[in-house]
Design a protein around this ligand. Sequence first.
Ligand code: SF4
Length: 744
Amino acid sequence: MPHPIETLAFDAFEQFVQAHSGFRPRPGQVEMARLVAKTLSAGDLGKGEGLPQRAIAVIQAGTGVGKSVAYSVPAIVCALERQTRVLISTGTVSLQEQLVNKDLPMIADALLAAGIVERPVRVVLAKGRGRYLCPLKLQRLIGGGDSSGSDLDLEADLFAAEAAESGVAAPPRSSTGPGVLELGQLRDIAAQLAGGQWAGDNDSLAAPPEGRLWAMVAADRHSCTNRRCPHFHECPYFKARKQVAEADVIVVNHDLLLSSAGTRLLPDLSDSLVVFDEGHNLPEVAAGQFAAVMDLTRQKWVGQLASRLEKACRILKLRDAEHVAELCRPIHMTLQNLYTQAVERVDLKAHSLEQTLRFEHGVLPEGFREALVRLDAHGRTLSELMARVSSEMTLVIKEEDGGVLSPTDRQRIKDLYGAIGVLAPRVTQCVEAATLALEAGPVPKALWLQAREHNGFLEVAFHASPLHPGPLLLQHIWSRARSVVVTSATLQSCGGFDFFLHESGLGALDETQALAVPTPFDYAQQGRLVVRATASDPKQRDAFERESNALLAADLKHVRRGALVLFASRAHMNAALAALPGALKDQVLVQGQLSRTRLLEQHRQRVDAGQVSIVFGLQSFGEGLDLPGAYCEWLFIAKLPFAPPTDPLGEARAEWLKSTGKDAFGLLVVPQTSMRLCQWAGRAIRTEDDQATIVCYDKRLTGTAYGRRILAGLPPFGVVDSIEQALRHPSLATESSRDGSEVV
Ligand code: SF4
């Protein structure tokens, strides 16, 4: 017997679809909605007795299924019935915008109009704290007060002093503080805020300040005194947080959701329904979130922190003042030592401004390891000292210190609280990176140095990352969430869910149910796949690129309207562009030449005007790009999208698998490439009326066993032998039509 809420949620979906005459019936959508209703009506929410019951659905729903309706309608009804909220997490800003600005308001209105819900559904977009203005910081900068401790001055001073110390050039800066123009810009946003034309989030500013200027006035956890702040009641961040707490549907991105797990920024996962859309990149985002990075280049902050802490301790008459210098000095020296050791290893070639140096098998050289041990120990002790000082400062800010301080000292403590707070993350980064790198365990960590030459200055960062995101997702997300749907157009690789379930950690949970719902597209009729074999092996980079670029240049002449060409590397894309004859070059729009929005606008305008328009793009264009009908009649795949050989995490994982006798290529590289290629191929057919030809220049797709595994995971396009055969398809001789039917 289905749960009554499941029945209500699914009935609501059916009612919604029937009321919406623009929708075509889609069996895949119905199947998905049924499983979403079942999953989100099950699972124990909140704090109960014993082990909570979980319900987890992993649903692959390709383009055209209409998955946002399939999950949103049942999820909203389940959330309202269960008196909770639904968190919808996405991988890209474009999906977030589509959900918040289009799909969810339309669904919420329709549910209310049909009487399916009794009150308006409240939808909000949750953003990280750093997206909001801190009015206190803004006031300090433009109000003529003492801004000597501001983030901008601090960062600029630190860098300049450090560069002078080391005798190398510092990256150019326009000034060491907000210049006249920048102050004007800040005054302008202050006026917009005061006049009520702006709510205080960076994304809604018509002309947002550039990153460095925004960082000076952005809200941050470490310098915020919360309710003690004089601006608390008009603070944009806290207003937004209140809206989030009251919402029925909270849209968020994977990064924010993962970084907020266990904090109060978002409602607790154990008490919410959770939907991950674009769930295919969740493991990758998790790998980034659970990694640690430590900047070895800038060390002057340690001295600044020591000076601020000492000042605070003296005002508060704390004995810790005596220990600050003896703790900070070895941290500074250790960071200098690590930087020197790192620089000795870096060998930037004349033509390369960047270098990645990976420590094989996660084994650090003895000197480097010893330095990290020292850093870890001193960093932890310093963190403890900072926590003690911070709680004493908080008492002063709350005015619970017995009133022993003079008004001047009280103000100085308030200022120092913020000034110390902006440096606290530096200590945390050091401790996190050192701890992760030194942590013993059966599986090594991926450890590497990233070096970059910037205006004659060598910047070096140390990275530490767990090898596998699955166990971390299990620990931080799946152990908390109880009713979860993970969906995407691509969750299978090589035709199965095994790889995604392993990567995400969900394979370890018996409650996980995986489903691939039927697509509404007839891929065999709508798409033709041609593999253009080259004489050279794709592994022989130069020869292969020369040959395949020539083939591509010849094939692009057949394009009559829109086309997309996807490359696995920027170097290949540039070489292919250079190989085009001039007239063809004029028809090409290259990723990076214009903003993504502007470039796609121009592409559509050209196609609408009857011109040929060809977009050249990389991996980020291979995901999420929606070019229906004439905008993408040809999809050219320059080479199979294997991960670049310079990916240190991928290399470390492959090395570990090999060292344990496993087939790293078959278990990791091939499934990853399969998922990426499925994403790329997904750009070709976007509606039930689309017709497209997919041309792949990598003969390994059909000529190797692993290539055939990858091919088996692609949509079942009709395979044709040659471009000529593809050209004889009737769709290329007639105008394609799009009937404009709506798919949400
Ligand atoms: S409450 Fe925090 S973020 Fe808001 S204005 Fe005050 S210090 Fe800034």
